[in-house]
Ligand binder design. Structure first.
Ligand SMILES: CC(=O)N[C@H]1[C@@H](OP(=O)(O)OP(=O)(O)OC[C@H]2O[C@@H](n3ccc(=O)[nH]c3=O)[C@H](O)[C@@H]2O)O[C@H](CO)[C@@H](O)[C@@H]1O
Ligand SMILES: C=C(OP(=O)(O)O)C(=O)O
Length: 421
């Protein structure tokens, strides 16, 4: 199994191009199931989850063509409305085929999804939302079995649905389902994440009638059919944020290209509070730092507040910052798995419920650590970049789910990162 060997201590300088967002690309790939003609996407990142999603769609009958960051998907013929366990167990986003399959074909059989072990991650709100639209749903042998065969024209019915919790993929699943429903659906307490907005923009190009994406009330007027379109996936704000924290920690100056700063307001504010200088223009962000940072308190919450997918990276920053900080995780109940590994590098962190108390230390020491989930892995890479000597990160397959060409991008900035067997 591949590992990363990081020799710490190098400052980062130069430019890095931010990839398209995993969390926008995956739902939009699934949205191709709604269209009767081909959907053409660009800025699709070369990630393991993207490959798995394309494979899942292909086994349903979707014809795909992939050339660098461009993917075309033709779902004019879909012969299997099933997502089998073997294909979805590693990937949470696979649940996103449920809404489109049910809306377009009137039935779906989707294995309960896997994904990062950062919490129990139920999909009850996806299911309740579809039930509110009239679907009949049972869970049997680990599969969600859903049908609309009892409904007029076998079509989902528009409904008003309030989501108890803000759920990103839940909002996306229901938005896709509602796009082909009979009548109007109103999703209340909807997620406002930029990836939800990007998907809505793509669906609108496909012929959907959606208003309010980016606010907490999204209205979808169902249409008879959707067609393909051309869409460029929004930039990956979490990948961008990870590189921004890297520069803040190592010191140096890096410009990120293909990134919209307004998607990262909460992250940028915290980096400035920590002592980094952050400037931006229409599609770039520059981070400058002398590596002398102040500890910052973090509290994760749905967008536009501080993203849970950046919590581990800021924990890494706080381990070497001056002062004491509190990092509170409010979205996932098991998202502190990086703490134990950071302690192996010499970090001083205590956990009290959903809050970590981080006392900055003057240096970290390289050691062998284990990556436990995607962003935990990223945080260990950041720690390794500043640690004294060598850090070996095991189980890096998690990183390949979310970071395109990670070693190449970091090494181009001056880091010393090698993939070893
Ligand atoms: C592929 C993708 O886009 N993944 C992102 C998405 O995950 P994902 O969409 O899975 O996360 P959600 O927004 O759904 O989860 C938020 C919270 O709601 C809970 N919940 C969710 C759905 C449900 O039916 N019932 C329920 O209880 C979850 O367990 C969690 O505690 O948003 C998360 C929160 O920003 C990010 O960390 C993930 O990177
Ligand atoms: C938790 C994440 O991904 P997923 O929802 O795909 O597991 C993430 O991107 O940090």
């Amino acid at each position: 199994m591949d590992k990363l060997l990081i020799t710490g201590g190098n400052r980062l300088h130069g430019e890095v191009v931010v990839s398209g967002a995993k969390n926008a690309a995956l739902p939009i790939l699934c949205a191709s199931l709604l269209a009767e003609t081909p959907l053409h996407l660009s800025s699709v990142p070369a990630l393991k989850d993207v490959g798995s999603t394309i494979k899942l769609l292909e086994q349903m009958g979707v014809k795909t063509e992939r050339n660098a960051d461009k993917v075309s998907l033709d779902a004019s013929v879909v012969h299997t409305k099933e997502a089998p366990y073997e294909m979805v167990k590693t990937m949470r986003a696979s649940i996103l085929v449920l809404g489109p399959l049910l809306a377009r074909f009137g039935h779906a059989r989707v294995s309960l999804p896997g994904g990062c072990a950062i919490g129990s991650r139920p999909v009850d709100l996806h299911i309740k939302g579809l039930q509110a639209m009239g679907a009949e749903i049972h869970i049997e042998h680990g599969y969600i079995e859903a049908t609309t065969k009892h409904l007029p024209n076998q079509r989902l019915q528009g409904a008003r649905y309030y989501m108890d919790l803000v759920t990103v993929t839940g909002t996306e699943n229901l938005m896709m389902a509602a796009a082909l429903a009979n009548g109007t659906t109103v999703l209340e307490n909807a997620a406002k994440e930029p990836e939800v907005v990007d998907m809505a923009e793509c669906l609108i190009k496909m012929g959907a009638k959606i208003t309010g994406a980016g606010t907490d009330v999204i209205t979808i007027e169902g249409v008879e059919r959707l067609s393909g379109a051309t869409h460029n996936v929004v930039c990956d704000r979490i990948e961008a944020g990870t590189y921004m924290v890297a520069v803040a920690m190592t010191g140096g100056e890096v410009t990120l290209r293909n990134v919209q700063a307004h998607l990262l307001d909460a992250v940028i504010e915290k980096l400035r509070e920590a002592g980094a200088t952050v400037t931006s223009d229409a599609d770039s962000i520059t981070v400058k730092s002398d590596g002398q940072l102040k500890a910052v308190n973090i509290r994760t919450a749905p967008h536009p507040a501080f993203p849970t997918d950046m919590q581990a990276q800021f924990m890494a920053l706080n381990t070497i910052a001056s002062g004491v900080s509190k990092v509170t995780e409010t979205i996932f109940e098991n998202r502190f798995m990086h703490v134990q590994e950071m302690q192996r590098l010499g970090a001083d962190i205590g956990i009290d419920g959903n809050t970590a108390l981080v006392k900055g230390v003057s240096f970290l020491d390289g050691a062998t650590v284990m990556a436990t989930d995607l962003r935990a892995s990223a945080s260990l890479v950041l720690a390794g970049l500043v640690a004294r000597g060598d850090t070996v990160i095991e189980r890096i397959y998690h990183l390949d789910r979310g970071y395109e060409h990670l070693e190449a991008k970091l090494n181009a900035l001056g880091a010393n990162v090698k993939r070893i067997a």
